[in-house]
Design a protein around this ligand. Structure first.
Ligand code: NDP
Length: 306
């Protein structure tokens, strides 16, 4: 059976950055990219807030460059997904694509999180053409335009207030007559004049043409159906951390995010580290994921050298 010193699971900014640092630390990282190489960032177009790119950078190019950098430094990056894990034994035992088994002295979990979508065909059709699940990533493209945010939690309120600073008008599409968000966030929304909450509304369809999103068709609880004119449709109905595979051994919070120890990337299982969105319900940025990947590689290196 193949034995690896440092197994990195996940091909997003956290995983690739962990691979760059682990390769330079000469701990021979092997990285499995999973089903979505490049991670969530590849669902967006241009990244304007990753430092070092004064004119912005194509999201796919950024991920491909991170990958190439890791390969050049000696990381072994492979197609394939980890489909089973036994973290109760030493070395850890992992299964790739349901068949190949390998042993790992350390594991860095960087499997990310996926944004939840409503599941409408029209939403899928306009993904990247006005439909987005990240206001911080894409809000800038809607300056002085009208947009909508779906959801009534802290993320929706945060994204709506962020967008309100850029956009002409922000609708919040809320399915109940109350917000789930904390009182402080609700107050911020209430104090922002260009946010209008559409209570008791569900989205029936995202409307658009060849240029992208032009509106949304909503249905109020009382049955009234009406359209709003918007250029951007932002989902903020929660994220789903991809931690199930490890949850038998690794401590997670009630939403499934892996719990790490203080400022380190250490999980409750010695030798297993977590980086990126799978352990971060708050920041969820490419740059913060990359930074936590760096921490995880340094932590794994320290652990191996002990
Ligand atoms: P939440 O699960 O808290 O909220 C999701 C929101 O989306 C709810 O309003 C929910 O409605 C709505 N929703 C869910 N599914 C649908 C659907 N199919 N159609 C329409 N609306 C839907 O997720 P968040 O991402 O907002 O927050 C996750 C966690 O992160 C929370 O614990 C939150 O407190 C925390 N967080 C904290 C922040 C901070 O402190 N600054 C910032 C961001 C997040 P309903 O209420 O009806 O279920």
């Amino acid at each position: 059976m193949e034995k690896v010193k440092c197994l990195i699971i996940g091909g997003g900014p956290a995983g690739y950055t962990a691979a760059i640092y682990a390769a330079r630390a000469a701990i021979s990282p092997v990285l499995y990219e999973g089903l979505e190489p490049g991670g969530q960032l590849t669902t967006t177009t241009v990244v304007e807030n990753f430092p070092g790119f004064p004119n912005g950078v194509d999201a796919n190019a950024l991920m491909s460059d991170m990958r190439s950098q890791a390969v050049r430094l000696g990381a072994d990056i492979r197609r394939g997904a980890v489909t089973a894990a036994d973290l109760s034994v030493r070395p850890f035992k992992l299964t790739i694509d349901g068949s190949t088994e390998l042993e790992a002295e350390t594991v860095i979990i960087a499997t990310g999180a996926t944004a939840k979508y409503l599941g409408l065909p029209s939403e899928q059709k306009f993904r990247g053409l006005g439909v987005s699940a990240c206001a911080t990533c894409d809000g800038f493209f809607y300056r002085r335009k009208d947009v909508a945010v779906v959801g009534g939690g802290d993320t929706a309120c945060e994204e709506a207030t962020y967008l309100a600073g850029l956009c002409n008008k922000v609708y919040m599409i809320v399915r109940r007559d109350v917000l789930r968000a904390s009182a402080a966030m609700q107050e911020r929304v209430a104090a922002t004049p260009n946010i209008e909450i559409l209570w008791n509304c569900n989205t029936r369809e995202v409307l658009g043409d060849s240029s992208g999103v032009t509106g949304a068709r909503l249905e109020r609880k009382d049955g009234e159906v009406f359209d709003i004119a918007i250029d951007g449709f932002f989902l903020a109905i929660g994220h789903h951390p991809q931690s199930e595979l490890f949850s038998k051994w690794i401590k997670t919070d009630e939403a499934g995010y892996i719990v790490t120890d203080g400022r380190s990337s250490a999980t409750n299982v010695e030798g297993v580290f977590a980086a990126g969105d799978v352990q971060d319900p708050h920041y969820r940025q490419a740059i913060t994921a990359a930074a936590s990947g760096c921490r995880a590689a340094l932590d794994a290196e320290k652990y191996l050298k002990r």
